[in-house]
Design a protein around this ligand. Structure first.
Ligand SMILES: [Zn+2]
Length: 191
């Protein structure tokens, strides 16, 4: 946000390392869908295209920039007096965005009538079947396959219905695993 004095604080926070990343960002980084340099570049040299206010929480800001030639949106909150909170990052695409700076209005109106919205980013949530749904029970990692869910087309957050949650509970309580997989474990180095 080089040219915008209103957002000088964002660069200051990055320089001072007063930045927190949401779990969503951590997942996107681990999944290699975004990179840390990409996020930082949007926050330092991108442009804010939307500010969303809500009486119950701090405003959040949508910034646009580029990562390796692809458009990238980074949603953040915070202020000069608090930390910079980096909330979500995604590539703006149809049906949500006509181009990186323009929301697709027609589709927007249609969605508001028919479908749910993402709690985090306000994106359209559409029904899909999730190939792998990870969860932990008593410290052990389990994977559920082929779970019906809602997927936010914008930020990738997943939602499940109450019925699906009940079925998952039943499955866990009554069924033996269908198969076993090994998982890779990386331990964060202690300093
Ligand atoms: Zn979302």
């Amino acid at each position: 946000m080089k040219a915008d004095p209103d957002y000088q604080w964002v660069e200051d926070k990055i320089r001072l390392n007063e930045v927190s990343f949401s779990e969503h960002i951590v997942r996107e980084l681990l999944g290699r869908r975004v990179s840390l340099p990409g996020i930082i570049s949007v926050l330092t040299s991108g442009a804010v295209i939307e500010v969303h206010t809500n009486p119950r929480r701090k405003p959040f800001h949508v910034a646009v920039g580029h990562e390796c030639g692809k458009p990238l949106h980074v949603v953040f909150s915070g202020s000069g007096e608090s930390r910079l909170a980096v909330l979500i990052a995604y590539e703006p695409t149809l049906p949500q965005w006509m181009d990186p700076r323009t929301r697709s209005k027609e589709r927007d109106g249609q969605m508001q009538r028919n479908e749910g919205r993402c709690f985090f980013c306000g994106g359209v949530v559409e029904p899909i079947v999730v190939g792998n749904f990870d969860y932990r029970l008593d410290g052990q990692l389990h994977v559920l396959k082929d779970v019906p869910a809602g997927l936010c087309l914008q930020c990738g957050e997943k939602y499940i219905s109450v019925e699906t949650a009940r079925k998952i509970d039943e499955l866990i309580a009554t069924q033996q695993p269908d198969e076993q997989e090994t998982v890779s474990v990386l331990r964060f180095p202690l300093s």
